[in-house]
Design a protein around this ligand. Sequence first.
Ligand SMILES: [Fe+2]
Ligand SMILES: [Fe+2]
Length: 199
Amino acid sequence: MKKIFEEIWKLALPYQDKRDDKGHAEITTNYAVQLLKLEKANEDVVVPAIILHDTGWSQLSSKDRMLIFNHQATKKQKLTVRYKHQDAGVKIGREILEKVNYPSELIPEILEIISQHDTRKDFISSEDGLVRDADKLWRFSKTGFDADIIRNRFDFWGLYDKLKEHRIEKDGFFYFKQAKKLAYKELEKRKKEYLRETN
Ligand SMILES: [Fe+2]
Ligand SMILES: [Fe+2]
């Protein structure tokens, strides 16, 4: 990783993984780095955006942070906290990027991606697509998958089918083909692990 990315990583660390999702920042950043080797997008936009994308959760109350997982919360309530974490992430992102003297011409694009990474319907660029693909791949990683099972009391096959039928194959879910491929690969790994554990 470039030295400047490491600097951003270090400054962002105190704000990461604040939603009972230990490993989220590191795992999604790794997916982004992996995808950057397979697809075309500007790493100078993608890497800072993925590192900083969820730092905003740190600024919300613990009640607001966990509201997303509350089955009794309304759609509107959930959308409100989504916007809150995006707005707070833009603020923290700007501060950190300015602190490391990041090239100023790249900052607006990075912040634009963070500002709607969780609420935008369409993709605005391949950089936006790559960041959001990497974020979504979290749910297919061992850590993200296991967290989902515990939190939502899913059984293995329930979650497996949901991710396969209603996520990977959903129109407009992934931007890049390679992200879709990676998701299938990860899901197969989860299946193998599960079968190994249960047999
Ligand atoms: Fe987010
Ligand atoms: Fe995220």
